[in-house]
Design a protein around this ligand. Structure first.
Ligand SMILES: Nc1ncnc2c1ncn2[C@@H]1O[C@H](COP(=O)(O)OS(=O)(=O)O)[C@@H](OP(=O)(O)O)[C@H]1O
Length: 379
C-alpha cells in the first residue's frame, strides 16, 4: 500500500517537474525569438536609414552591441546581412530621400528601372554642348552620342545662349533632362557657334564646359542651308542670285548672306578661343560622320571621358536614304533614320558658282585648319 503511494508521489512530482521544464522552455523560446525579431527590425531599419541618408558616405563597421538576457551578457550578432557595415560599399546615388527635385515627367525606359529602385534623377546644367555648325550634322552627332547610357540630352534646341539668356540659368536647367550620378547632360543649338556673346556666356555658366563643333565643307553647308530655307519659302531666289552681289558667279561673294557668312569658320572660332583653350573643343568632321560614324563617335566618347559603348554595331547604312541610320535608340527599338529634314536633295548649282565659292573659302579654311590643327581636306 505504502509502496503504491510512493509510486504515485514520484509520478506526480515527475509530471510537475516536466510541466515546469516545458513552461520555462516555452517562456525562454518566446523571449529569445522576440529579441531576435526586434533585432532584425532594428538592423533592417538602420540599413534603410543608412542607405537613405548616407548617400555618399560609406558607413564603418560598428562593434556588435551586447544586451543582458536573464542575467547573462549576450553578444548580438545580426541575423540579416547589413551591406552598410561593409567598408567597401559603393556610394549610393541620389535617392528618394535626398533633396533632388521630383522627376514625374520623364517616361524614358532608361529611368523606369531606376525609379523602381527608388532612385530619383535630377536636372543639371549641361556638361557638354554641341555649339554648331548649322547644317553640318549636329543632329546626327547628338542622336549618335545619346545612344550612350551615360549621356542624356535635351531633345530640342534650347537656344539659351542666343535667344533666351535673359531667362536665367534656372530656366535653362529646367530644360535639361533628368540625370543620375555619373551621367552627363548635353544640349545642341548650332547657332551658338556664331553668336557673339555665346563664348563669354557659356564660360560664365561653367568654364569647364566641353564644346563640340561639327564642321562640313562650307560650300555644301551653304547649299544645305539654302535648301532648308527654300523648303520653307517656295518663291526664294536661286542660290546663285543670293550668293553673289551681282547675282552670278562672275560677281563678288556676298558675305552678308547668312548661308555664306556662317562658313567662315575661323572667324567664329577665334571668339571661342578667346574664352576656352583649344583642348576643351572637339572638332567633328561632318563628312566622316556620314562615311564612318563609328570612328567619329569613338573620338567623341573619348573626349567626353566616356567608355566606348557606341560603336559600329549601332549603325547600318541605309542606301535609299544615303546615310547611316540607327539600329535602335532610346526612343525606338527598331531600325530608323533621322527625320526627313535631314538628308534633303540639294538643288543643282552652277559649277562656276561652286568653283568661285571654293576659291573664296580656301584661305579661311586654311586658317581654320591652322587654328584647329586638323586638315579637313575640303576641296
Ligand atoms: N546620319 C545622317 N542622316 C541624315 N543626315 C545626316 C546624317 N549625318 C549627317 N547628316 C547631315 O546633317 C545635315 C543637317 O545638319 P544639322 O543636323 O546640323 O542641321 S541643323 O542645323 O540642325 O538644321 C544634313 O544636311 P542635308 O543633307 O543638307 O539635309 C545631312 O547631310
Amino acid at each position: 500500500m505504502q509502496h503504491r503511494q510512493l509510486n504515485r508521489t514520484i509520478a506526480i512530482t515527475t509530471g510537475l517537474i516536466m510541466c515546469a521544464v516545458y513552461v520555462l522552455y516555452t517562456f525562454h523560446a518566446c523571449l529569445l525569438s522576440g529579441i531576435n525579431r526586434s533585432l532584425k527590425q532594428t538592423v533592417a531599419g538602420s540599413a534603410l536609414v543608412a542607405t537613405a541618408t548616407l548617400a555618399t558616405v560609406p558607413t564603418t563597421p560598428a562593434s556588435p552591441p551586447h544586451i543582458r538576457i536573464l542575467g547573462s551578457i549576450v553578444r548580438i550578432v545580426p541575423l540579416t546581412v547589413d551591406d552598410t557595415t561593409n567598408a567597401n560599399v559603393r556610394p549610393v546615388p541620389r535617392l528618394l530621400a535626398a533633396s533632388a527635385p521630383a522627376n514625374t515627367t520623364d517616361g524614358s525606359p532608361k529611368y523606369r528601372f531606376l525609379r523602381q529602385q527608388g532612385l530619383r534623377p535630377s536636372r543639371h546644367l549641361p556638361d557638354a554642348l554641341i555649339i554648331g555648325v548649322k547644317k553640318s550634322g549636329t543632329r546626327a552627332l547628338l542622336e549618335f552620342v545619346r545612344l550612350h547610357p551615360d549621356v542624356r540630352a535635351a531633345g530640342c534646341e534650347v537656344h539659351f545662349f542666343d535667344r533666351h539668356y535673359a531667362k536665367g540659368l534656372a530656366w535653362y536647367r529646367h530644360h535639361m533632362p533628368p540625370t543620375i550620378e555619373g551621367q552627363i547632360t548635353m544640349e545642341k543649338t548650332p547657332s551658338y557657334y556664331i553668336t557673339r556673346e555665346a563664348p563669354r556666356r557659356v564660360h560664365h555658366m561653367n568654364p569647364a564646359t566641353r564644346l563640340l563643333v561639327v564642321v562640313r565643307d562650307p560650300v555644301t553647308r551653304a547649299i544645305s542651308d539654302y535648301t532648308q530655307a527654300k523648303s520653307k519659302k517656295r518663291d526664294m531666289k536661286r542660290f546663285e542670285e543670293l550668293a553673289f552681289t551681282n547675282g552670278s558667279a562672275g560677281g563678288v561673294v556676298d558675305t552678308s548672306w547668312g548661308p555664306v557668312r556662317i562658313g567662315v569658320y575661323a572667324k567664329y572660332l577665334e571668339r571661342w578661343l578667346a574664352h576656352f583653350p583649344l583642348t576643351q573643343l572637339l572638332f567633328v568632321s561632318g563628312e566622316r560622320l556620314i562615311a564612318d560614324p563609328a570612328v567619329e563617335i569613338g573620338r567623341v566618347q573619348d573626349f567626353l571621358g566616356l567608355k566606348r559603348v557606341v560603336n559600329e554595331k549601332h549603325f547600318y547604312f541605309n542606301s535609299t536614304k544615303g546615310f547611316p541610320c540607327l539600329l535602335k535608340s532610346e526612343e525606338r527599338s527598331s531600325p530608323h533614320c533621322l527625320g526627313k529634314t535631314k538628308g534633303r536633295n540639294h538643288p543643282h548649282i552652277d559649277a562656276a558658282a561652286i568653283d568661285r565659292l571654293r576659291e573664296f573659302y580656301r584661305p579661311f579654311n586654311q586658317k581654320f585648319y591652322h587654328l584647329t590643327g586638323i586638315n579637313f581636306g575640303w576641296p
